[in-house]
Design a protein around this ligand. Structure first.
Ligand code: UT7
Length: 320
């Protein structure tokens, strides 16, 4: 296939100022810093204040990505926000963000694929660029997942953090997103879900996260391995030819299990889980931003995720 191709031109991120460490949970729940570190790898997470707006986190992340890409906001011609925790039922957070950035007229929409949302949004942006419907797309992964947490459920509340991160995808003459694969298995919806929906002005059901942790652990690990291998296959490369592995940050044990199965050394695996926890759609771009200084032109970056749905995916990017 010929160009235009889509290439990641800039990355930016934003975290809420407030950090909460594991000891906080041990004060009121039957848990401990030791259990959380050992079973998840999480040490602390950033949590947004109760009245915080997702758009207020997404805007500075987007502005940093726009600056890093060397473009101006008025050059952005598509905005896609991956989130499960939008500020409103509608309009989309992408529309609110468009206004906050002072951008006018371009398509703006949200994508909801929970922890895999960033890769789904990236795929939409890549397809728009390949189809010449965009030449400079802003892709944001942002979640205030703490909105969906039952603070008395020790098996889930210790896992999540809040954050936002963005990339600018630009049209390029050479391949940038080299390979991409997405999937979903709706029959596993109930193992990780936040039920509840609005009806006639009321909220029906409890809008908090419930998870069968072990089932998700098993299925997510398998899905990320298969997706990563499929993407390597598409690109006709072996996992050990990849420079950076940027996984969704759900559990250090999952990150390590996938890396081991792919046969890659831990020096290539980007892990931010200790500091961020699971930030859902923001997780991959936040991790990507954390290696901004170390990444070089020509590096191959494999991103992979799995989350509620069950959704999964992987994308291989070549650094321009
Ligand atoms: O981002 C979307 C994808 N999400 C994921 O990929 C998450 C996948 N799942 C996981 O990361 C893990 O399953 C968890 C971290 C959620 C749980 O770890 P686990 O090793 O699978 O624990 P478990 O659910 O098998 O529970 C083991 C024990 C249980 O006690 P009993 O029944 O053995 O007495 C739990 O009640 O650990 C208990 N437990 C806790 N103990 C202390 C569960 N949560 C806690 C806690 N502190 N916070």
């Amino acid at each position: 296939m010929n160009g235009p191709y889509a290439s990641i031109a800039g990355v930016g991120s934003e975290l809420p100022a407030r950090q909460v460490d594991n000891h906080h949970f041990a004060k009121y729940l039957d848990t401990s810093d030791e259990w959380i570190r050992k079973r998840t790898g999480i040490v602390r997470r950033h949590l947004a204040d109760k009245d915080a707006k997702l758009c207020d986190l997404a805007r500075p992340a987007a502005q940093k990505a726009i600056a890093a890409a060397g473009v101006t906001a008025d050059q952005i011609d598509a905005i896609i926000v991956a989130t499960t925790t939008p500020d409103r039922i509608f309009p989309a957070t992408a529309c609110l963000l468009q206004d906050a950035l002072g951008v006018q007229g371009c398509p703006a929409f949200d994508v909801q694929a929970v922890c895999c949302g960033f890769l789904y949004a990236l795929s939409c942006g890549e397809a728009m660029i390949r189809a010449e419907r965009s030449s400079c797309a802003l892709i944001v992964g942002a979640d205030i997942f703490s909105r969906l947490v039952d603070w008395n459920d020790r098996s889930t509340c210790i896992l999540f953090g809040d954050g936002a991160a963005a990339v600018v995808l630009k049209a390029a003459a050479n391949p940038g997103i080299v390979a991409l694969q997405l999937g979903a298995q709706g029959s596993s919806a109930d193992i990780l879900t936040a039920e509840g929906h609005p009806q006639r002005g009321e909220f029906c059901g409890k809008p908090v996260t419930r998870m069968d942790g072990q089932s998700v652990f098993t299925l997510a690990t398998r899905a990320m391995i298969e997706s990563s291998l499929a993407v390597c296959d598409q690109a006709a490369i072996k996992p050990d030819e990849i420079d950076w592995f940027v996984p969704h940050q759900a559990n250090q044990r999952i990150i390590s299990a996938v890396a081991q199965r792919l046969g890659i050394g831990k020096e290539k695996v980007v892990a931010t889980i200790a500091e961020h926890g699971n930030t859902s759609a923001a997780s991959i771009p936040l991790a990507l931003d954390s290696i901004g200084e170390q990444i070089k032109s020509g590096d191959r970056v494999l991103m992979y995720a799995a989350g509620g749905g069950l959704t999964w995916g992987a994308a291989l990017a070549l650094v321009p």
